[in-house]
Ligand binder design. Structure first.
Ligand code: 5GP
Ligand code: 5GP
Ligand code: 5GP
Length: 211
């Protein structure tokens, strides 16, 4: 990978569906700050090139300075939960995202994290899906989910699936494309290389998990 900061074309804004992260053979661990809400949660804001490649780890001397984002901590705990095991408070996940992806943007730490939080609110994915009758706990067609997002947000999203313990394909991550200002959604210049969904996908509910 090339590693020069600011040299990229657009962002992937990636949100994960917690139940689908947890509903796998690998399972998950809820954050030390509590069970996540039944909502999408941020995975990351990733600078990318139009040709599908991307820069990463652009400044190995930079590590997350939590004091710069203390005012965002409550929002991060709600909207950017860590589900990896063992349970954590999020710092490790956020630090990883900053070091791997954030350092390749021209944004300072505070702007980087605040931009992602604002994009989540702006996308409002769950609301748009529910308005189209797509409620967690059921199966839906891939086309109906993509259409609900396109109509709600105004831009096409890319849906990545994984497989639950019963072998069902389920909606795992939603990729949206964002311009270099980190503020506006755009149509994706290139779609991420995919993990198949099939036409019928599960939108699982977190309710039966103990974490
Ligand atoms: P995975 O192999 O699980 O799909 O991705 C592992 C990690 O590679 C992701 O968490 C992310 O950090 C990075 N990554 C995967 N695909 C892309 C991509 O298309 N663009 C960028 N910028 N990073 C990616
Ligand atoms: P990426 O795939 O962006 O490189 O980073 C994912 C990394 O963050 C992995 O090392 C993963 O273990 C860790 N991680 C911690 N919490 C989460 C989470 O809730 N979701 C995902 N996808 N990765 C997490
Ligand atoms: P990493 O090795 O970078 O931590 O993670 C590699 C892949 O495994 C990532 O795509 C991440 O989403 C997934 N992963 C990491 N930790 C966990 C976990 O505790 N549970 C689940 N379900 N996936 C994980």
């Amino acid at each position: 990978f090339l590693c020069s900061s600011q040299d990229f074309d657009f962002f992937y804004f990636v949100q994960q569906w917690p139940a689908s992260y947890c509903d796998t053979r690998q399972s998950c661990c809820y954050p030390t700050t509590g069970k996540p809400n039944e909502d999408f949660s941020i995975h990351g804001l990733w600078p990318n090139y139009n040709n599908g490649k991307w820069p990463q780890n652009c400044d190995t001397a930079s590590s997350l300075d939590i004091s710069q984002i203390s005012d965002l901590k409550k929002r991060m705990e709600k909207d950017w939960v860590t589900l990896a095991c063992p349970s954590g408070d999020g710092m490790k996940f956020w630090g990883h995202e900053w070091e791997k992806h954030g350092t390749c943007t021209s944004l300072d730490e505070h702007t980087y994290f605040e931009s992602a939080l604002d994009l989540k609110n702006k996308a409002n994915l769950l609301q748009h899906l529910k308005q189209a009758g797509i409620q967690p706990g059921n199966f839906f067609t891939m086309e109906s989910m993509k259409r609900a997002i396109k109509e709600g947000v105004g831009y096409e999203a890319y849906i990545e699936c994984n497989v639950d313990t019963q072998g069902n394909h389920q909606i795992y991550q939603v990729y949206m494309c964002v311009d270099k200002s980190a503020k506006n959604f755009i149509e994706c210049p290139i779609l991420p290389r995919g993990r198949g969904c099939g036409s019928r996908v599960e939108f699982p509910s977190l309710s039966h998990h103990s974490g």
